[in-house]
Design a protein around this ligand. Structure first.
Ligand code: TXA
Ligand code: MG
Length: 317
């Protein structure tokens, strides 16, 4: 990655093209947030319904007021504590912001990413870059440049390669547009860390909370069916399926009990942070193993696993 790649990426964005770029969470598929034609192409390539909003990425928090018409105290506190970083804030949108970014809602999602390539791109571009995760709608997010190519082939104008993403799962989303801040999507920045900064507990999302497709029941799904299995039942389930002649993929925090040609097994890391970092790459690998099912060992129920548990539940049928 050098200066020239960034210059080329900016030129592509300015003429309405699409540039995929790394962030510390997952890769984003970027378009000029101020260009309606570019946004239409973005939605089309992603396969995302027009009613679903997309996050606008900014080089720094000072640009917030160009996109949001009001920022409560909670927004300033969270931005100061976690930007640049893996946090998205949902705010009331500024008057000039169109329906094509917000899915017709009165709110806008904003994030200042920390990844050096994302930051260099945003700083050089100057404006907001609308970027959903760089995967087809409903599918597993991309955490390497290869994943992006796998999803979109040549239909993206440029993919900036920044290596594998450090966080591995999407940003924490906090809605600060209502009476009380609410958690819409868990992520690396935990509920507790947010509450510590706010000095108050987060509200549960309200029935009328802004819609978020990452919060639909089925999302982040491989093509192979995924089943979540309690740790204690895993061994018996694997044996049972092999006996019935199935090919079985497994993601578990331990090594396989036996070697079997019909078994594709990934021993995932023991800690939530490391597990999350490799989660989507692991699901993709197992999806390619041509098995009848992917059995995923249920993660611990403790708070540090909340974001991983959320993604796994949505990947399972
Ligand atoms: O980590 C991330 O957030 C990545 C990187 C690329 O920044 N982006 C990402 O984008 O995950 P996407 O579009 O796959 O998921 C963004 C989530 C969606 O669930 C979307 O509905 C929600 O943010 N969102 C965006 N704007 C919103 C709004 N105005 N109100 C409610 N939810 C919003
Ligand atoms: Mg997504």
């Amino acid at each position: 990655m050098d200066r020239q790649d960034i210059t080329q990426a900016v030129a592509i964005l300015k003429r309405g093209g699409l540039v995929a770029f790394p962030t510390e969470t997952v890769y984003g598929l970027g378009a000029d947030a101020g260009n309606p034609a570019a946004l239409r192409r973005l939605y089309e390539i992603k396969g995302r319904p027009a009613s679903h909003p997309v996050i606008v990425h900014l080089a720094d928090a000072a640009q917030l007021s160009q996109w949001a018409r009001e920022a409560p105290d909670s927004a300033h506190k969270l931005a100061a504590a976690f930007w640049p970083g893996p946090l998205t804030l949902i705010l009331k949108r500024a008057a000039r912001v169109g329906d094509d970014i917000t899915g017709g809602q009165d709110t806008i999602g904003l994030r200042v990413p920390a990844h050096p390539v994302a930051h260099a791109l945003l700083a050089a571009f100057g404006g907001g870059i609308a970027a959903p995760s760089a995967n087809r709608f409903g599918r597993v997010s991309a955490t390497t440049a290869d994943h992006v190519h796998e999803e979109f082939g040549d239909s993206v104008d440029l993919v900036l390669d920044g290596g594998a993403c450090e966080v591995g799962i999407e940003s924490t989303i906090i809605d600060v547009s209502g009476e009380r801040p609410a958690l819409l999507r868990p992520g690396r920045i935990s509920k507790r860390e947010i509450e510590q900064v706010l000095g108050a507990p987060l509200a549960a999302p309200r029935a009328d909370s802004p819609r978020a497709p990452g919060t639909l029941p089925v999302h982040y799904a491989p093509r192979t069916p995924v089943a979540l299995v309690p740790a204690a039942a895993l061994r018996a389930q694997v044996a049972d399926r092999l006996r019935r002649g199935q090919r079985v993929a497994v993601l578990a925090r331990r090594v396989p009990p036996e070697v079997d040609g019909r078994l594709a097994w990934i021993a995932a890391p023991e800690t939530a942070v490391d597990y999350a970092r490799g989660l989507y790459a692991n699901l993709r690998r197992l999806d390619h193993a041509q098995c009848d099912v992917i059995l995923v060992e249920q993660p611990p129920s403790s708070a540090e696993w909340a974001a991983v548990a959320d993604r796994l539940q949505r990947a399972a049928v």
